[in-house]
Design a protein around this ligand. Structure first.
Ligand code: SAH
Length: 395
């Protein structure tokens, strides 16, 4: 039986622009009684076909569009084709030697609510929507078949699942979880804690930016704030940094970071690790009169959605003001936001405000984004979450 979800007059616009979400307020009428995750046919008030979508009864996002092709069945073959397209993008554009890659990036790969990261011989799956939940077994089977990777671990422990009426869930879905999983990023090796690490275990979205920091770090005194398992720290040391001081509030992350240092045969004498709140620690460094050639600020997302932007703006300004003040003349600040609710121009304005308050002349000399394995569908600007600026302090 076909379930039909009819929109209110005038509410078809975003779908015609291929944005994949139908908000509850746009719904006029629902024909039939679809279960959570069932496919519904979305029509405009005047009966136009808009898409086939996954029905989500508990969420503000009442349906997520799978396909805008009329008559395209949503079945195992559909998911296989979408996964093949996503895998082909990475295969064509990333070096095969990169064994840590995001294979599926949700809406931007045409699979709303699905994230798949590959860490060497393990696929880590995050199921964030009820539509993906409904097709989980089919998707996991196709992933194993298409990648040839037998081990699949689920890390569906993200808050957003609650909005979909789904409980958190983690555990092995296929194969085994190897005792140790290691990835190699352009010659730097990182151990990934798949079961216990943050998100799916690692922040793959910063891969190219870690490499760039490695290129910039030679001979420099570096401060890496929000270092997690040592991503930018190790890249900087491998790139010839004189010293790297790394700060994070997570003791587990810092322990892994130190193990990663050993794994890469880097000199522990050049690295120091500090368990602290960055907001407080930066003030301490300022009061001690410290200064650095290169500072990295890669905080967690302060503004998950647009509603949090104002408070987040204050937090970004605070750490960036302190960071700029800790730069030596001519020094570099690599500053990031991974907040979906913060757009690039607002972020740049915040950094500009911080420079004015610091009384410094500074310029943007580069911009950072993730690599091709984190695409942004043009119809889904929300996918453009990670932005960064490389700022140079005047002399
Ligand atoms: N740059 C890292 C990823 C950073 S993720 C990489 O390349 O892998 C953000 C990190 O900030 C997490 O490790 C989290 O533990 C840490 N964190 C969050 N709030 C913090 C705070 N107030 N002070 C210090 N660290 C914090």
């Amino acid at each position: 039986m076909t379930f039909i979800l009819k929109l209110k007059p005038g509410r078809e616009k975003s779908l015609l622009n291929r944005h994949p979400w139908v908000f509850s307020g746009a719904v006029q009428q629902l024909d039939g009684e679809p279960q959570a995750g069932d496919t519904v046919l979305v029509r405009s008030a005047d009966g136009r076909f808009l898409g086939n979508a996954a029905y989500s009864p508990h969420s503000q996002i009442r349906a997520r569009v799978w396909s805008v092709v009329e008559g395209e069945p949503i079945d195992a073959n559909f998911f296989r084709r979408r996964l093949q397209t996503a895998l082909a993008l990475r295969r064509d554009l990333l070096p095969a030697s990169l064994n840590g890659q995001r294979l599926v990036h949700g809406e931007s790969d045409g699979l709303p609510g699905l994230v798949v990261d590959r860490y060497d011989q393990v696929l880590v799956v995050q199921v964030l929507s009820i539509g993906v939940e409904r097709w989980r077994e089919v998707i996991v089977d196709a992933l194993v078949e298409l990648t040839g990777i037998p081990n699949v671990y689920e890390r569906s422990d993200a808050d957003v699942r609650g909005l979909e009426g789904l409980p958190e869930r983690c555990g092995l879905l296929r194969g085994n979880l190897p005792a140790d999983t290691m990835i190699d990023e352009y010659g730097v090796r990182y151990r990934v804690d798949i079961a216990g690490g943050q998100k799916t275990g690692f922040y793959l979205d910063q891969r190219v930016n870690r490499r760039r920091i490695g290129e910039l770090a030679a001979g420099k005194k570096v401060l890496n704030c929000f270092c997690y398992t040592g991503g930018f720290s190790l890249a900087a040391l491998r790139g010839g940094a004189l010293s790297v001081e790394s700060v994070d509030s997570s003791a587990e992350a810092l322990a892994t970071a130190q193990a990663n240092l050993v794994l890469n045969n880097l000199d522990p004498a050049q690295a120091s690790w500090v368990e602290a709140d960055v907001f407080k620690y930066l003030r301490l460094l300022r009061d001690k009169g410290q200064s650095y050639d290169l500072i990295i600020l890669d905080p967690p997302k302060f503004a998950p959605t647009a509603q949090h932007v104002e408070k987040a703006a204050r937090a970004y300004k605070d750490i960036n003001l302190l960071g700029l003040k800790l730069l030596k003349p001519g020094g570099l600040l690599a500053t990031f936001t991974c907040s979906g609710g913060m757009d690039a121009s607002l972020f740049q304005k915040i950094i500009a405000g911080a420079a004015v308050d610091a009384g410094l002349d500074a310029k943007v000399i580069e911009r950072f984004t993730p690599d091709v394995d984190h695409p942004v569908a043009l119809s889904f600007p929300e996918g453009d979450y990670l932005k960064g600026l490389l700022v140079k302090r005047g002399l």
